[in-house]
Design a protein around this ligand. Structure first.
Ligand SMILES: Cc1ncc(C[n+]2csc(CCOP(=O)(O)OP(=O)(O)O)c2C)c(N)n1
Ligand code: SF4
Ligand SMILES: [Mg+2]
Length: 246
């Protein structure tokens, strides 16, 4: 793969902190696009505000739209309606898609709009200093939960499946090849597709939760993810609605 076909290499090194998982999501995305031989001139990448907003803009060599916090799906819906020929991809954070933009997420799934949405889910508001997000695990220390989060986190895959999405998947940045494969499947799916890409934020999450070394966060994901449901771990797999098989 020639990265010059996909990345604006002149903007590197990126603004991500060393060891940030969001760079692995960018890597998996361009691998998936390369495998599918998609035409970047017919793709649009939409992001919101947050560190996740920088995954595609300014790094991707294609049309990108860096929109307001919580609203990338609203902008992406407009793009798709205006030109259905375009392949529209949204990448945004857990705060963006599940907090302020939560209604856009469930209604995009309900309407089955042909958009691939990737949640760069690092369980925290990374960019703004480490506040708790809707996916922060119970007990996790954050800027706003110094004694540990009291709340149940959202299972984003269950949420979006419940709202009607036909293709839903979860992988972590430790499982980078699996993530790239799921992104390929999502891009090939005709309808709303969603990937919960479990990411790492060593700066705002890891250092508060005894994992300041990025490698420790990846090790944690390795130990705590499984393909089997019901083990109380992070479930990594694809869920494809039977009525929506490719
Ligand atoms: C309307 C609005 N509300 C709040 C903010 C402040 N803000 C910017 S990014 C962000 C959260 C970022 O968290 P997430 O979406 O999970 O992305 P991450 O930085 O973790 O990748 C917030 C609250 C904003 N920019 N606009
Ligand atoms: S603050 Fe966290 S999410 Fe943002 S670039 Fe740094 S490590 Fe990545
Ligand atoms: Mg986040």
């Amino acid at each position: 793969m020639d990265v010059n076909n996909y990345l604006r290499t002149e903007v590197f090194p990126s603004t991500f902190c060393p060891g940030c998982g969001h760079g692995i999501i960018l890597n998996a995305l361009i691998r998936a696009i390369d495998d599918l031989k998609l035409d970047m001139r017919k793709m649009v990448f939409v992001s919101g505000i947050g560190c996740a907003g920088w995954i595609t803009s300014p790094h991707i060599k294609a049309d990108t739209m860096h929109t307001t916090h919580g609203r990338p799906l609203a902008f992406a819906t407009g793009i798709k309606l205006a030109n259905p020929e375009l392949k529209v991809v949204v990448i945004a954070g857990d705060g963006d898609l599940a907090s302020i933009g939560g209604n856009h997420l469930i209604h995009a799934a309900r309407r089955n709009i042909d958009i691939t949405t990737i949640c760069a889910n690092n369980s925290i508001y990374g960019m703004t200093g480490g506040q708790a997000s809707p996916t922060t695990p119970e007990g996790a220390i954050t800027l706003t939960t110094p004694e540990g989060s009291y709340y149940n986190p959202f299972d984003l895959c269950a949420l979006v499946r419940g709202a009607g999405a036909g293709y839903v998947a979860r992988a972590t940045v430790y499982h980078a090849r699996m993530l790239a494969k799921f992104i390929k499947d999502a891009l090939s799916y005709d309808g709303f597709s969603f990937i919960d890409a479990v990411s790492t934020c060593p700066t705002q999450y890891g250092r508060r939760n005894s994992m300041s070394d990025p490698f420790e966060m990846l090790e944690w994901l390795k130990r705590n993810a499984t393909t089997k449901e019901g083990e109380g771990k992070i479930v990594i797999k694809e869920w494809i609605a039977s009525s929506a098989e490719k």
